[in-house]
Design a protein around this ligand. Sequence first.
Ligand SMILES: Nc1ncnc2c1ncn2[C@@H]1O[C@H](COP(=O)(O)OP(=O)(O)OP(=O)(O)O)[C@@H](O)[C@H]1O
Length: 680
Amino acid sequence: MGCHLQLSYTEAMNSTSGLQLDLLRPAEAPPRRALWDNIKGIPGSMQLVDIPHLRNTWIYMSAHIVDGIKFLAAGAVVDAARRVFVWLYQRVKLRYSTSAEFVLGDPSYEWIVLFLTDNGVWQQAQDFRVTSKSSKLVYGVSVSADPEIVGSADYVPTYESPQLFRWRRYWVEVVRYRTQIQGPNGQVQQTAAIVLTVFTRNISVLSELVEEAHRGYQDKIKPFVTIFLADSPSFGGTFFWNVKRKPHRPIESIILPEGTLDDLIADAKRFFASEAWYNRAGIPHRRGYLLYGPPGTGKSSTIHAIAGLLNIEIHSFSLASTFMDDAFLQRATATIPKRSIVLVEDIDCCLPARDDDDDSDGGSPVRHSRSRRNGVTLSGLLNMIDGIGSEEGKLFFATTNYVDRLDSALMRPGRIDRRIRYTLATCAQARGLYERVFKDAEVDMELGSIGDAETLPTSGSAPLAADLDKFNASLSLDASPDPEPSAPSTVGAGVTDQSAAAHSSAPASSPQRISDERLAELGQLFAAEVRDYEFSPAELQGYLLSNRLRPIAAATEMGAWVARQRAERQEKVERKAERKEAHARCACEDGGGPLPATPPPVLPSPTPTLTPALESQLDQGGDTDAAAVSPTVPLAVATTAAPASPPLASVDPTITPGANLDDQPVPNIPKPVNGINGSS
Ligand SMILES: Nc1ncnc2c1ncn2[C@@H]1O[C@H](COP(=O)(O)OP(=O)(O)OP(=O)(O)O)[C@@H](O)[C@H]1O
């Protein structure tokens, strides 16, 4: 058996030589045991060993060993070369390059991503992270030509291996990597960073690159307002600003009493233009505005429109976030770049109400009291507003629905320099809103027809019907041929369907633009149905949008809508009063006392409200009350229907007209009716 093995092995040896030995398959190689037996000469097999065979074996093995050594040497050389190259590369990189890191969450990260996109660097990538887009700014790579699909997702490359590209005459290396960082409470946050290395010793090249990236970013986002939301916890001092973009809001789309916006914009522009003066005078270069009033009156919209007009970014804080605390506010504010808006919406929401103050220790009682929900204190908020981080050309905006909850320390000049009161819509605003929604609207005769049976109220009030008749008589659309007189048909509550007749003679379904005069007339008709300070602009906008394709019906049906709203409000008031009464009855039964008779609730109509003019006088000592610019509103308590206004004292006897608001208790703006005033 052993001999047979040896023989076959010998044959194999004879038939192979040199490099061919390498091709021997393991199956053809002699069993190791046989080789071992040959060499060691185990008794019993000694007689089988012959020298030539042993020599062949040695030749075979030495060939392998030599080959192995060759491979090892080659590997060592390659490895050494690689190490030398890396070493040299690192030296060159260190000596002849400058690097910068851009961390996700920092605004500069956005600049660089966009810069790399514009320079086509991403095009070489093969590995992407896809996120559904929340903004219209495309960072990623365009992958679809379908306009329905384009822009619906972001393709952000995720590769971690270095990429080289040429910028101007320099080579630039880009590496993007993902990492995790751990917060103080053990939370883990995923983050990413981009490292750019420019191969030059001239550091100004890198800063030029960053500046170019910033400029490109600003050009690209010009049509957008960028909003950085501080809505994630910070990790080891790193802040994660969640970035959102909104298209610019045209300033004309904000309908406020005349002069309000112009005044505010002029003030902000003056502020930015007078940095040198601030520095010379030793006054911190910052300015604070408080916009206050019921919900849906345009406070946030104003800020976004101003940010768009001045081309500045908004950094917004939500004080209600559970992770917010004083230290976060301070550090996050310090990261906000110069010439930005710092926005705190609903600034009252994290602070204890004034009523709570009484329980605190004297002096400035709420100064250190903690928010009910998180670690933000009034003291922390004040430091954020006028601390070092806020001094570099920043506009501070705060909004609130509950101005009377704010501490006077917050309202003092230097922190809040101007207060602007927002009210529910006046008739003039209602008209402006109507015209804004339907300006340049193309009206399909069919949809816009005033005589359309489906759009007309079937049981309209007489004044409405009369208005409609009057309006019908003058209704015609620009560029439409004069309607042929036709037999009038009666539709709805006695309204002549002249438009329907016009429709029958007009070319079917040819949208036509409403002329400005007609638009103004329709706007007037619309506004005539509402009272001053009865509905918020947001409510009116909601109604108008639900009739966006029916401008004429929107005007003519407004009366019905208003009637419905009033009925609903009255119903709510009654329900609320019933609940209160039931509650009181229960309490009396529990306590055993007699139940006092309560008069049935009546929805106050008209709703007494402080007019903007009155508010203006109250604010004279303060910097502003922009809503008061309207000189036509008399100093009185506005009533929504009664011709005679109740005396001022009936609203709040503590308010002295013309006095500085800071010297007075904050005026007690009448409680909203059914929550329409926003302060439920
Ligand atoms: N004065 C206004 N002019 C034009 N549109 C307005 C006005 N007020 C409100 N709107 C519209 O109503 C909606 C809500 O407005 P916005 O968010 O600015 O109100 P707000 O006062 O900030 O409300 P809140 O106090 O609830 O935050 C927006 O879509 C805006 O277009």
